[in-house]
Design a protein around this ligand. Structure first.
Ligand SMILES: *[C@@H]1O[C@H](CO)[C@@H](O)[C@H](O)[C@H]1NC(C)=O
Length: 425
């Protein structure tokens, strides 16, 4: 499933180096340079000894299976804290090279996401509880009023697994790696608790079942990974949700923000599917990928309403492409026209909170045609979006700095323009 697709920082170069280097037979491990992960004993025998300090930052000895080009391993740190201080742990199932490059714990301060959020935006305790919701099994129901723009939940990844294994790794071996990964976690129950019943007949383990129906697929540097965020998984889908997700590559955490005021007793929902999916696409994705029917108010609406919604979502898709095309052609006026139309259709469809990333486009376009007033307005909206909804850290901080710089430049220019106008009087 692909609610979020992100591009990360894996360096293709280091993979190439790896592929080119042959492993000297006497050398235990894969001769990998740099990161702490890469010094791990990767031998499949016990010559590395039982000393856990050698495995740092992992609390369990990495376990690997051999494959043609590289082994596939499971790495666990059962002590990585999560937001509320409980030690829940993280397990990663991938190759040593991918683990070292993408999931270098020195670059990913796991657990830092909570501290980075300003106090006035977060709650001391979870503002919801998981309860039975008629027709949906369990869901997250607000236990207090949640104002727009508050942090509803910060969830850290517990299991992270490469989405594709090489053909020469046997299915039983993949199952073994995944099961070990979960077993080794301090709070493995949070993962097992997500399993549905009745998958065993299909020859699937509980962990595979959880991965199939509860994982989020997020690509890091074009490598698809399945991510399990156990608390996030408790939030149901709505086609026009009242909360939005934000994934941080810096902390590997998923943060959920309220996109409008939520009243006590109201269910908190997120949108799993892309905003421009139509009814038929949504229905197909839901049953094939997530294993349940889409039952949000849009999926169960009358055919007439569904058709109207489909038309708007297709239009959003088309307008997005048109904006980019016109902007590339340098036809800024028409690009602006398409942007304004896009925001209007998104508003009619209740998707405005999901369009936040797009505000930078009209800001740039208006600047290009010299409409500084409008450029400032959209830059401010964009800044509000990134500052208000982004998890501070890494890329978001950089983007905030860039936007602040742009804003002050626009304001300077506006000052000069109005001074010039006064002088001309
Ligand atoms: C909805 O759209 C479908 C497919 O385009 C069409 O066959 C159907 O007649 C439409 N229904 C209504 C009520 O407009």
């Amino acid at each position: 499933m692909t609610p979020t697709t992100l591009t990360g920082t894996l360096l293709a170069a280091s993979l190439l180096t790896l592929a080119a280097a042959s492993t000297p037979p006497e050398q235990c491990g894969w001769g990998l340079p740099r990161s702490p992960l890469q010094y791990l004993p990767l031998c499949l025998d016990d010559t590395a000894g039982p000393d856990p300090s050698i495995w740092a930052p992992w609390t369990h000895k990495p376990f690997c299976v051999e494959a043609h080009e590289t082994p596939w391993c499971v790495y666990t740190n059962a002590a990585v804290p999560r937001a509320n201080g409980k030690r829940r742990g993280i397990s990663i199932v991938t190759t040593p090279a991918l683990a070292a490059d993408v999931l270098d714990l020195t670059r990913h301060p796991l657990g830092a996401a909570f501290d980075a959020i300003p106090p006035e935006k977060k709650f001391d305790a979870l503002p919801y509880e998981v309860r039975d919701v008629p027709g949906k099994g369990k869901g997250a129901v607000a236990t207090r009023k949640i104002e727009k723009g508050r942090v509803v939940l910060i969830d850290h990844v517990m299991v992270l697994a490469t989405a594709e294994f090489p053909a020469d790794v046997m299915h039983e071996e993949v199952q073994d790696l995944l099961s070990r990964g979960v077993e080794q976690l301090s709070e493995s129950g949070s993962v097992y608790g997500l399993a549905q019943k009745g998958r065993e007949e299909q020859g699937l383990t509980e962990v595979e079942d959880v991965l199939l129906t509860n994982s989020f697929e997020i690509a890091v540097a074009d490598q698809p990974y399945m991510w399990i965020f156990p608390d996030l998984s408790r939030l149901n889908h709505a086609c026009s949700s009242n909360a939005i997700m934000h994934f941080s590559e810096t902390t590997l955490a998923m943060t959920v923000w309220s996109s409008r005021d939520i009243e006590p007793g109201e269910e908190i929902t997120i949108t799993y599917s892309d905003a421009d999916m139509t009814y038929a696409e949504r229905k197909k994705t839901f049953s094939e990928v997530w294993g349940f029917d889409c039952t949000c108010n849009l999926c169960t609406a009358s055919e007439e309403r569904r058709n109207a919604s489909d038309a708007r979502r297709l239009k959003i898709h088309m307008l997005r492409e048109r904006v980019l095309k016109r902007a590339k052609e340098g036809d800024f006026k028409r690009a602006i026209k398409a942007t304004e139309e896009l925001f209007q259709v998104a508003d009619e469809e209740g998707l405005t909170p999901h369009m936040g990333d797009l505000y930078e486009i009209p800001a740039r376009l208006y600047y290009q045609i010299g409409d500084l007033e409008k450029a400032r307005e959209y830059t401010k909206r964009s800044l509000y979006q990134v500052e208000g909804l982004g998890v501070p850290g890494g890329k978001d901080i950089e983007r905030v700095e860039v936007l602040k710089g742009v804003l002050s430049r626009i304001e300077n220019e506006m000052g000069e323009v109005s001074e010039g106008a006064e002088e001309n009087k």
